[in-house]
Structure formats: structure tokens, C-alpha cells
Design a binder for this molecule. Structure first.
Ligand SMILES: *[C@@H]1O[C@H](CO)[C@@H](O)[C@H](O)[C@H]1NC(C)=O
Ligand SMILES: *[C@@H]1O[C@H](CO)[C@@H](O)[C@H](O)[C@H]1NC(C)=O
Length: 285
């Protein structure tokens, strides 16, 4: 099992080499000019939050299914009150969105990784995790696989969460609206750290998160119009369109959910007095 992980990991690393991502080429700074910086000829991007405001960037492209992968090094030290987000979103009224958010913490205390999935404008599907490493000490890879059957959130190639297509059970699935990739850092000390009890310590500002090695194996679509990406004729060129967890991945997912998940909306009965959402009762977990 260990060797399979190593094998997959090196395979993915190799396939990413040569496709040099460049932050100038792939992204626009969408807010906080001056606090967002592209460095090292486009290989590194940093986002900062100071006592004035935060910053963010977004992809130039819209994607319709793919594997999106980014390496992040989160705000070190006392990052309580800060939120760094990395997500796909279609925008628009009934938007689809696939979210990773990283809630900072006081020095030495763990970050919370917050995930959510919005379909047709409806979210309320939070799951939160603790990581098994310090995400501020080094870069780690955070990825989203999105294809017509499933959405898989992974960290360093270990799956954290899966949201399967359950349209047959009446749960909408994001498969008609292309999405852009967004990232931002902002102050959320009214709720983020222990429900807002811990405030941002501005003497520690600026708070900076770093990004490198962006990689998208995805259908790039030119406008907000959905395309035929996902047709069966694409499968050969685009193996990720039919990718799913192998037995080893299933095991890893179970391990993370059992040992590192700290919140699951599907077990929060107080929130759903009328009964859990339909996806909670299937084989989703
Ligand atoms: C923000 O930080 C700067 C630099 O430390 C400081 O000069 C300024 O007074 C601060 N502003 C506020 C509103 O706290
Ligand atoms: C911060 O650390 C404390 C103590 O381990 C934990 O209870 C809390 O959930 C952590 N995360 C956030 C975002 O507050």
C-alpha cells in the first residue's frame, strides 16, 4: 500500500514536470494590488493581509472538469483570525462552488481545513479536518478532482473528502457551469477562530500565504457557456474524466475521515431537525 502511494505520487510529479505553470500567464490579481505579488519570474505568488485589507487572485480560464492542483504554504506563527481560501466557483445566481478554506490559529495550534460544496446555489455541506503535518512549515499540495461522477478533495495525494454525483437521488451535481479558480486571504476574526473568541493580532501583520506549482489538467472553456467536455470520445485524452478512488484511495479516505475529521454536517443533527440532506444517507461517507 505504501509503495503504491509512492508510485502514484512520483507518477503525478513527473507528469507535472515540464508543464511549467506561470502565475503571470494563468492568473489575474483580482484585488489587493500591492498585497498580492508574483515573484521568481512567475513561479511564486504571495497573498498578504494587513490591517488595511486582504488580497486575491483568479484564473484567467474557466474550467469544466479537471484536476486542479496547487501547492500552498500557509501563514506561519499566530495566524488566528485569518482565512486563506482556494476554491473553484462558477459565480452567477445559482452558483456551483468547491471550497477549500484554511482557518488560521494561534501559534502552535492546528489550522482547520474547512471544505464545502455548493450546487445550484446551495451549500451547507461543511466538513472540517485537521492536517497530519504543519501546513505553515513547507509547501503541500492541495487538489480538487472534478469530473462528471465525483468531486475529490486531496492533500498531498491523500483524499480528504468525496462528493459523488447523486443526481439519481435528487442531489444536484455541478456539471453544467464552468468554474474559475480563486484564491484569497482575508480577516474573519468575527467567526473564524473558536467562533470569534480569538481576534487577529495586527502586531503580527502582514500575514502572508505563498503559492507555487499550479497545475490544471482540465477542459479549458473560453466562456461561461458549458461545452461538450465530458463526451465519451474525450475519455482517452482525459483520463481524469473517469478517474475515481482505487481501493487504496478508499482506504486512505476512510482513515482521514475517521482520524482527522473534526466536523461533519451529516452528523450534526441539531442543524437538520427536519432530517439530514439526501446525500448524507447514501454511500457518500
Ligand atoms: C496599520 O499598520 C501600520 C503599520 O504597522 C500602522 O502604521 C497603522 O497605524 C495601522 N493602522 C491601523 C488602522 O491600525
Ligand atoms: C485552534 O486550536 C484549538 C486548540 O487545539 C482548536 O480547538 C481549534 O479548533 C483550532 N482551530 C481554529 C480555527 O480555531
Amino acid at each position: 500500500m505504501g509503495s503504491l502511494v509512492v508510485f502514484l505520487w512520483s507518477f503525478l510529479s513527473i507528469s507535472a514536470v515540464g508543464i511549467c505553470s506561470n502565475y503571470y500567464q494563468d492568473f489575474d490579481i483580482s484585488w489587493g494590488q500591492g498585497r498580492a505579488n508574483i515573484l521568481d519570474g512567475g513561479e511564486l505568488l504571495t497573498l498578504s493581509l494587513d490591517n488595511y485589507s486582504g488580497s486575491g487572485f483568479q484564473s484567467k480560464n474557466h474550467y469544466m472538469f479537471g484536476i486542479i492542483d496547487m501547492q500552498l504554504k500557509l501563514v506561519p506563527g499566530n495566524s488566528a483570525g485569518t482565512v486563506t481560501a482556494f476554491y473553484l466557483s462558477s459565480g452567477g445566481v445559482n452558483h456551483d462552488e468547491i471550497d477549500f478554506e484554511f482557518l488560521g490559529n494561534t501559534s502552535g495550534e492546528p489550522y482547520t481545513v474547512h471544505t464545502n460544496v455548493y450546487t445550484q446555489g446551495k451549500g451547507d455541506r461543511e466538513q472540517q479536518f485537521r492536517l497530519w503535518f504543519d501546513p505553515t512549515a513547507d509547501f503541500h499540495s492541495y487538489s480538487i478532482l472534478w469530473n462528471p461522477q465525483t468531486i475529490i478533495f486531496s492533500v498531498d495525494n491523500t483524499p480528504l473528502r468525496e462528493f459523488k454525483n447523486m443526481e439519481n437521488n435528487g442531489v444536484p451535481f455541478p456539471n453544467t457551469q464552468p468554474m474559475k479558480l480563486y484564491s484569497s486571504i482575508w480577516n474573519a476574526d468575527e467567526w473564524a477562530t473558536r467562533g470569534g473568541l480569538i481576534k487577529t493580532d495586527w502586531t503580527q501583520a502582514p500575514f502572508t500565504a505563498s503559492y507555487r506549482n499550479f497545475h490544471a489538467d482540465a477542459c479549458v472553456v473560453s466562456s461561461a457557456a458549458a461545452t461538450a467536455c465530458g463526451a465519451s470520445s474525450d475519455q482517452e485524452d482525459r483520463p481524469w474524466l473517469s478517474q475515481k478512488l482505487d481501493p487504496n484511495g478508499e482506504e486512505r479516505l476512510k482513515w482521514v475521515q475517521k482520524t482527522h475529521m473534526v466536523y461533519d454536517y451529516c452528523t450534526d443533527g441539531k442543524r437538520f431537525p427536519q432530517g439530514f440532506p439526501p446525500e448524507c444517507s447514501s454511500d457518500q461517507m
